[in-house]
Design a protein around this ligand. Structure first.
Ligand SMILES: N[C@@H](CCC(=O)N[C@@H](CS)C(=O)NCC(=O)O)C(=O)O
Length: 198
């Protein structure tokens, strides 16, 4: 059984979508309480962040790692190109890019930080946007022609940056990708599920 440590409408939302794509039974532990995540949750996630999963006693933290773990533990879902698959390098690259570059560069922009590219490993927001735009102009999904677990992370991030933060430039290439990637029953289920939380 998979226990999913979750808070709705957060960085855990893409993982909820992924769990719906994976199709295995899971139970949700809603960890956001009045005043933030409880101190006791550090035993699961040392930085007290969602998401995390506990799969039959094995705890996995960090979105990219959870993505890789779930999509490779349940390969029948077809969400992770296997070793040797030509789509695998792009799958790994974009999965890691989401957390290592996309998310912090977007957060820096949303918080109005001014910095030089080499001050931080994630570099400049403009470079990140140009890279994502270039990639999505060349293929329909992060790893190539088909949807993978990397798209649950990238499309969630672009949706957030475009529609909620309104920091990502409103261009057809971003809107079309979010539309294409989220036009799936699992995404809709994850949205419906989140809507049940206050
Ligand atoms: N590096 C973590 C970051 C996750 C993260 O930032 N989670 C936010 C959700 S928006 C969180 O738990 N925030 C609660 C807090 O910081 O108290 C990952 O990628 O899994």
């Amino acid at each position: 059984m998979i226990k999913f440590y979750f808070a709705p409408w957060s960085r855990a939302s893409g993982t909820l979508w992924l769990l719906e794509e994976i199709g295995q039974a899971y139970e949700i532990e809603h960890v956001r309480a009045e005043g933030g995540l409880p101190e006791s949750y550090r035993a699961v996630q040392p930085n007290k962040k969602v998401p995390a999963i506990d799969h039959d006693g094995t705890i996995v933290t960090e979105r990219a790692a959870i993505c890789m773990y779930l999509s490779e533990t349940f390969p029948e879902a077809g969400l992770a190109p296997a070793v040797g698959d030509p789509a695998r390098p792009a799958f790994l690259t974009w999965l890691v890019y989401c957390d290592a570059v996309f998310d912090p560069a977007l957060a820096a922009r949303a918080n109005g930080w001014a910095y030089e590219s080499n001050n931080f490993s994630f570099g400049l927001f403009e470079d990140m946007v140009a890279n994502v735009e270039r990639m999505l102009s060349s293929r329909p999904f992060a790893a190539g022609e088909r949807f993978t677990a990397a798209d649950t992370q990238l499309a969630s991030g672009i949706h957030f940056g475009l529609n909620i933060l309104k920091a990502i430039p409103d261009r057809p290439v971003f809107r079309d990708y979010v539309q294409r990637a989220t036009n799936r029953p699992a995404y809709k289920r994850s949205m419906d599920l989140q809507a049940t939380y206050a």
